[in-house]
Design a protein around this ligand. Structure first.
Ligand SMILES: Cc1cc2nc3c(=O)[nH]c(=O)nc-3n(C[C@H](O)[C@H](O)[C@H](O)COP(=O)(O)O)c2cc1C
Length: 420
């Protein structure tokens, strides 16, 4: 595609200033950019700055007669290859989900026949509010790509998910959206699986857990493990690239959200179990997270202090929920349920025992004797009731891609996709 055209809608959020950098990146990459800014957006960035950087007229008002003569609002919504909303405010997402068209931005969004990619940005409570989450689910059901916001400290001083993804990440999602095959525009925002446009998991919904869990002992201390989350995130990225709708439930890891993946961050095993339950039903669940077996039975409300006597405080443990076994027994058990096991010795024997104990379909046994968690490669054995498939040591991204091909074949054999 030569000089793809982006219609960039800028909402009224504090992160609107980042749209300036996004326009610069897009122009540098050769995109033609037209900006539309909401009335609230104009409080944060000026149309003049956007016009100078995009080298194009900036549109603000639905009832600007001159614009309607030069360029009608319907034409404006149709002439782009991709409509991008960044930052997408809670308000814009709500209006999009409800089909409200009460200003230029929302009218264009309702009138467009082009794929739409949104990059939300808002206060953490606004993001987590059930109304916003409902709107996002509706938009995704309508085929709109909703990027997961970044997590971190916010302009308002609070901490959590809700920050606008960095402009470079939004540009990557735009690149991926435009690279997507026209036949699968519902999956825009996802990178390509090799070979280009090969999407063996298109139409499938996949849940993935990744990373460690942190189990609080007191407000400043916790029980954790060495899981880096890299393999789980690589699997989420590969699943999205293979065309799946991906829900990634991540323990505390500082990794960026892969393009096209819906991410929910959790801290403890109990929270992870809860999110997994809410994420069902899915076609396949891949439980990569290293979930703590135990948590502090009674976490202290205040920091535990030394009392000078040399006495060590007691630490009673309680058993955490067994997430994998719970999903296996659930009425919404996925067609394919896969567990991961990191082992340092008797890798296959331990994996076979775990397979029987947990009631899942495959255990991906990960030999961590030579290279403990956190490295860039894995040597895995896929253990199932029908046999053992041992792979050479591979980079984690390659393990992920190979696993997606195997999962796609298995799902096709067990339950052919209705969209096939
Ligand atoms: C200083 C300030 C910062 C704001 N930041 C955000 C934000 O980051 N995300 C958001 O959804 N709303 C934010 N708002 C609220 C929106 O501006 C408000 O909901 C507005 O109606 C959004 O309009 P629009 O989305 O149609 O542009 C902020 C408001 C103020 C006063």
């Amino acid at each position: 595609m030569t000089n793809p055209r982006i219609l960039l809608i800028i909402g009224g959020g504090i992160a609107a200033y980042k749209s300036i950098e996004l326009v610069r990146l897009l122009r540098k990459a050769g995109y033609v950019v037209r900006c539309v800014i909401t009335r609230a957006g104009e409080q944060f960035v000026t149309p003049l700055t956007l016009a100078a950087l995009s080298e194009n007229k900036v549109y603000t008002n639905l009832f600007d007669l001159k614009d309607e003569v030069e360029m009608g609002h319907i034409q404006l919504s149709r002439e782009a290859d991709l409509v991008v909303v960044a930052p997408a405010t809670a308000d814009l997402l709500a209006k999009m989900a409800a089909g409200i068209a009460d200003d230029l931005a929302t009218t264009l969004l309702l009138a467009t026949d082009k794929p739409v990619l949104t990059a939300p940005a808002m206060n953490v409570r606004m993001w987590l509010h059930p109304a916003t989450q409902r709107n996002i689910a509706t938009l995704r059901g309508d085929g709109v790509t909703v990027m997961a916001p970044d997590e971190g400290e916010m302009a308002c001083g609070e901490f959590g998910p809700g920050r606008l993804p960095e402009p470079a990440a939004i540009k990557n999602a735009i690149d991926a959206a435009l690279a997507a095959a026209p036949a699968v525009t519902a999956m825009v925002g996802q990178p390509d699986f090799a070979p280009a446009n090969h999407r063996p998991l298109y139409g499938r919904r996949i849940l993935i857990t990744a990373g460690p869990t942190h189990e609080p002992i007191d407000p400043v201390r916790y029980i954790a493990n060495r899981s880096s989350g890299k393999q789980g995130f690589a699997i989420a990225e590969a699943a999205a690239a293979a065309g799946a709708e991906v829900l990634l439930i991540a323990g505390p890891v500082p990794l960026p959200t892969p393009p096209g993946v819906i991410r929910v961050d959790v801290e403890t095993a109990v929270e992870m179990a809860d999110e997994v339950r809410q994420g069902l039903p899915v076609d396949a669940a891949i439980m990569v997270a290293a979930v703590a077996d135990w948590r502090a039975a009674d976490p202290a409300g205040q920091k535990i202090k030394k009392d000078g006597s040399g006495a060590v405080p007691p630490l009673a443990l309680a058993e955490n929920p067994d997430i994998l076994a719970g999903v296996a027994k659930s009425a919404e058990r996925p067609t394919l349920l896969i567990g991961f096991a990191a082992e340092t010795n008797d890798v296959i024997a331990h994996a076979e025992a775990k397979l029987a104990r947990k009631g899942c379909d495959w255990i991906v046994a990960n030999d961590v004797a030579a290279d403990p968690m956190g490295g860039e490669s894995n040597r895995v054995h896929i253990v199932s009731k029908t046999g053992i498939d041992s792979w050479d040591r591979l980079p984690k991204a390659a393990v992920a891609r190979k696993l997606m091909e195997k999962i796609a074949d298995e799902l096709d054999a067990r339950s052919p996709c209705q969209s096939d």
